[in-house]
Design a protein around this ligand. Structure first.
Ligand SMILES: [Zn+2]
Length: 262
């Protein structure tokens, strides 16, 4: 599933490609809230990201917005650019044609990806953005100390921190040398500070790595070859050389070094 860094790069690339262009046609597999008629002939005036959601603003300019399209790629949703008029496979959920030249397509073989018009309760419940100024060590420490359960599932809760998923959580815990199965409230103050720093570093590092990998293309890159522990079970830990382990935590694949993550 795309996480904050993937979506941040996708957002920038879509904006660079389609920003300011006019929607000349819309295809929606499931019409929602008169989406087709509301988006048609509007300009793409801005794109923002909140957690794992992309929000496309349409109107004649940013001061006069007519509609907002919210998108969540879920596990298998993919965005791509195709020439206008090309046949659409049955797995296309949504297509926005711009300036009669190209279209931005949302494809999903499992049909799990979601889209809708306008703000939604989903976004209100989201927690802090880890790159925002509000995400302070103090705020983080108070929440971690009051929490129940293990640290990895806590970090993945979108109502706590928005945008972290399975991969970047494993990387942040590795950077902070913390075992993902530790009980969150039993972490020491130093460990919590270390973890906070790790999250603040791993996310911009991820954005830079994804950019390097996809360039200006509108595509998700989930090979994640640059990651240090994620999907590296059986390989040596880049820090201590011990073999990286794989386990399941609340049903999610989890990768860690049993020696330098305690
Ligand atoms: Zn190690």
């Amino acid at each position: 599933m795309p996480e904050l860094p993937d979506l941040e790069v996708l957002k920038e690339n879509i904006w660079r490609h389609f920003g300011g262009q006019t929607v000349s046609d819309v295809y929606a597999r499931q019409e929602r809230g008169r989406l087709v008629s509301k988006l048609k002939n509007q300009k793409l005036a801005g794109i923002t990201r909140r957690g794992k959601f992309l929000i496309f603003a349409f109107g004649q300019n940013e001061a006069d917005l007519k509609a907002e399209l919210v998108l969540h790629l879920m596990l298998n949703g993919r965005l791509s650019v195709e020439a206008a008029g090309r046949a659409r496979p049955g797995t296309v959920l949504l297509a926005l044609e711009f300036d009669r030249a190209e279209e931005l397509r949302l494809t999903d073989q499992t049909f799990w990806a979601k889209y809708w018009l306008g703000a939604n309760g989903h976004l209100d419940k989201l927690g802090l953005e880890p790159l925002s100024d509000d995400f302070t060590e103090d705020w983080f420490a108070k929440r971690v100390q009051k929490s129940r359960g293990r640290i990895k599932p806590l970090l993945m809760k979108q109502e706590f921190i928005a945008g972290l998923g399975n991969a970047y959580t494993d990387e942040a815990l590795f950077a902070a040398r913390i075992d993902p199965a530790r009980e969150a409230k039993k972490l020491g103050a130093d460990e919590i500070a270390e973890l906070h720093q790790a999250i603040k570093k791993v996310i911009p590092w991820g954005i830079a790595q994804v950019k390097k990998s996809v360039g200006a293309a509108i595509k998700e890159d989930e090979k994640r070859v640059f990651m240090k522990v994620y999907r590296r079970a059986g390989q040596p830990c880049p820090r201590c050389g011990n073999i990286i382990k794989e386990t399941k935590l609340q049903g999610r694949d989890t990768f860690y070094c049993g020696k330098c993550q305690q």
